[in-house]
Design a protein around this ligand. Structure first.
Ligand code: DLL
Length: 430
């Protein structure tokens, strides 16, 4: 355990620490960030009104639009000379989300990452290949400094150039891989195709930055013969390092001394209890550069406060089922891409890459899934092919309650992603 005094903390002591930190950060935001002052003043809220942790519910949410409206540095709480690093999320539309870090922020960030890597089972003897993009994306540098803080060896590979990634992975004897689940899968299936899986020493795969399913973890475990874990974070609250899985794989432990999580039912503006599923809202408890209060992540998950078998007492968040803005509504039925992934990844006959196409034909929504087969020879056997399509359709129907059109395609025919994958094309939006 990297910070045992914190990770095994008595929850009552933790609550007291969180309350002190919350009071401090609320006052800090009020005094240093005009947006927060204006918002508080508009509803007559003063920092001294925060007396218990529950009083956090008095504070308005912060949203992505707030960050965009204050682009680039409007939410920074310190003068620029105290900011020693900037990151930004690429975002699909408009201006990026920018984050600024003081020296203390960077130090806390790498502590969070070192904890997460250590709980995944890493030690200072591991050699980490970091295959997240280095640059403005928080994944590359964020994980990089965490590996160093742990005392392990870091290979700052960045993403892309898959053949070279695999050559160096083999030659340097990397024992741990850090990547998005989709890129980890791409690396694994390319290594399998090139016949070099057996030469690799990867024993740990640490994934994050996009959703994955239990079935994806199992497939990676089979391919690499390595232990898969995932971690969670977002640029708005600093990047990766919010939470990570331990060896029990029973949810991701939240670094609760630094992040205060809430699960909210946004439709009824109600903070939900343990085990209930809703939108994750995060307050940074110690950030100096760009603190955020009650940030609406749009990620759907739930929390448990039960102590974990690993000995940690920190809250755990369940795997993210999807984002509120990722959810597809097909003929009135709510569909998360992760539900489709669970079905496809659980079938050995299929490859690991798929795409989802949504359209509207004659006023009716249609959902089509293209998925690669594992063995190309199957595509020449009409009867087997029909049988497999029927099987997939049936499984999808059981999970989604709607009919899905399925098309099987050749191995490696769907474009791979080296960073965050985009699997859904929604033609209705055109
Ligand atoms: O993806 C930060 C990160 C980098 C996390 C590396 C973990 C590892 P953004 O680019 O701002 O930051 O994207 C944040 O990605 O709101 C989630 O929707 C999604 N996401 C991140 N981790 C997970 C995960 C980074 N483990 C957005 N499971 C978040 C599901 C995830 N979704």
């Amino acid at each position: 355990m990297f910070s045992p005094e914190m990770e095994k903390i008595d929850r009552k002591v933790l609550r007291e620490m969180q309350l002190e930190r919350l009071k401090h950060i609320v006052r800090y935001c009020y005094e240093n960030v005009p947006m927060y002052k204006n918002r508080f003043d508009a509803i007559g809220l003063k920092p001294e009104h925060i007396k218990t942790l529950k009083d956090i519910e008095l504070i308005p949410y912060t949203t992505k639009d707030d960050l965009r409206d204050n682009y680039p540095f409007g939410l920074f709480a310190v003068p620029m000379k105290k900011i020693i690093r900037l990151h930004a999320s690429s975002g699909t539309t408009g201006k990026p989300i920018v984050g600024g870090y003081t020296r203390a922020d960077l130090d806390n960030w790498s502590t969070c990452i070192a904890r997460i890597l250590s709980m995944a089972g890493a030690t200072d003897e591991d050699i980490f290949q970091v295959s997240f993009g280095y640059g403005l994306f928080t994944g590359g540098f964020g994980l990089h400094y965490g590996v160093e803080k742990l005392g392990a060896t870091v290979v700052p590979m960045s993403s892309g150039n898959t053949e070279r990634q695999l050559m160096l992975m083999r030659d340097f004897g990397a024992t741990a891989l850090i990547a998005t689940p989709s890129y980890a899968m791409y690396l694994a299936e390319t290594a399998k195709r090139e016949g070099i899986l057996k030469d690799l020493k990867i024993r740990l795969v640490c994934m994050g930055a996009e959703a994955s399913t239990a079935e994806t973890h199992e497939s990676l475990q089979k391919l690499f013969g390595a232990f898969p874990t995932e971690n969670y974070g977002l640029t708005e609250v600093g990047g990766p390092g919010v939470a990570g899985e331990c060896r029990e794989k029973a949810g991701m432990h939240i670094n609760e001394d630094m992040f205060y999580p809430e699960i909210v039912d946004m439709e009824h503006n109600k903070v939900l209890g343990e085990g209930e599923q809703g939108e994750m809202v995060i307050t940074t408890l110690v950030k100096e550069g760009m603190p955020v209060l009650r940030y609406r992540t749009k990620d759907i998950t739930s929390l448990t406060f039960e102590p974990c078998k690993c000995g940690r007492t920190t809250a755990r968040m369940s795997r993210v089922v999807g984002r509120t803005d990722d959810m597809l509504i097909i003929r009135g039925v709510n569909v998360f891409p992760s539900q489709i992934e669970s079905v496809l990844m659980g079938m050995d006959e299929l490859g690991k890459t798929y795409e989802i196409i949504v359209d509207r034909v004659n006023y009716m929504d249609t959902l089509e899934v293209h998925v690669e087969v594992d063995d190309a020879s199957l595509l020449t056997d009409y009867f087997k092919l029909e049988e497999l399509v029927a099987k997939i359709k049936h499984k999808l129907r059981v999970v989604l309650q709607i009919d899905v059109k399925v098309k099987l395609v050749e191995p490696f025919s769907i474009k791979r992603s080296e960073g965050k994958v985009k699997r859904v094309t929604d033609l209705r939006k055109k």
